[in-house]
Design a binder for this molecule. Structure first.
Ligand SMILES: CC(C)(COP(=O)(O)OP(=O)(O)OC[C@H]1O[C@@H](n2cnc3c(N)ncnc32)[C@H](O)[C@@H]1O)[C@@H](O)C(=O)NCCC(=O)NCCS
Ligand SMILES: Nc1ncnc2c1ncn2[C@@H]1O[C@H](COP(=O)(O)OP(=O)(O)OP(=O)(O)O)[C@@H](O)[C@H]1O
Length: 224
């Protein structure tokens, strides 16, 4: 199994790339969706969040009030670190076990883990290859504000709650540029599929180095 970590700053186009990969028959596991599963009512993770932040992060029906937790996560570094420490191990372990379940059906093909915080947490260490969807900051801000009803300062706070896309870019094995049009992105995703397909076949034959995701041992590939 070739595990591929797909990441990008908020609103840089990671979910768009995921959708294009799924359309090309490549399985994708979405960390944001798994993050919602691990905080369902009755879970240990939700219990731990309530212990840390109080009942104010619950709605009347006992589900997580995402806006309330978001006020901590996007505006308070210490609170964000606590949320991450509580949620990330659960998200990571559920994601890896889902990938193992998929493995049997997808020999010699990549399995994509779509993880917004791949490099901020420990998740890049459990994948073989990392792919960064890159957009420059002005385009990122513009896309975020077009998608979500946020003020400029709220949008900037969300962007600044993550490692900068420039810093992520230095760490990634493959960079896919997304400052251009959607049709340009589609053509780049075709190239990404070719590269990942080749790596998955090499992996099947035992030729992929276990340290493939180490940028010190492999040249970075930029798809532009
Ligand atoms: C804070 C929460 C409640 C906000 O929920 P909301 O529905 O408004 O946003 P959603 O979950 O769709 O996330 C949107 C984007 O926000 C960014 N984001 C989410 N959590 C974090 C975080 N802890 N730190 C920085 N950025 C984050 C990501 O880019 C994500 O794609 C939620 O994101 C959450 O539970 N976060 C903690 C778990 C986590 O880190 N998830 C990220 C995926 S591993
Ligand atoms: N090349 C592009 N041209 C125009 N719009 C784009 C392009 N790529 C993405 N978008 C749009 O930008 C917005 C953000 O993209 P997307 O939701 O894929 O980002 P994301 O990186 O997954 O964000 P998040 O981390 O918040 O989930 C969406 O509204 C999407 O339709």
């Amino acid at each position: 199994m070739l595990l591929v970590g797909l990441t990008g700053g908020i609103a840089t186009g990671k979910s768009t790339v995921s959708t294009l990969l799924i359309a090309r028959g490549i399985p994708v596991l979405d960390a944001d969706r798994i993050a919602r599963e691990v905080v369902m009512p009755g879970t240990e993770t939700l219990k731990a969040l309530v212990e840390a932040f109080g009942d104010g992060i619950l709605t009347d029906d006992g589900t997580l009030d995402r806006a309330a937790l978001g006020r901590f996560v996007f505006h308070d570094v210490a609170a964000r670190e606590r949320v991450n420490a509580i949620t990330h191990p659960a998200i990571r372990s559920l994601m890896v076990s889902r990938a193992r379940e998929l493995e049997a059906g997808v020999r010699a093909r990549p399995i994509i883990l779509d993880v917004p915080l791949l490099f901020e947490g420990e998740t890049h260490k459990v994948v073989d290859v990392t792919v960064l969807v890159y957009a420059s900051r002005p385009i990122q801000l513009q896309r975020l504000m077009q998608r979500n009803p946020l003020t400029v300062s709220e949008a900037n706070a969300r962007i600044d709650a993550q490692m900068s896309t420039e810093a992520k870019r230095r760490l990634a094995t493959i960079v896919i540029e997304n400052d251009g049009s959607l049709s340009e992105l589609e053509a780049r995703v075709d190239r990404l599929c070719e590269i990942l397909g080749k790596l998955a076949r090499e992996d099947e034959m035992g030729e992929v180095q276990s340290d493939i995701n180490s940028r010190s041992t492999r040249p970075q590939v930029v798809i532009s």
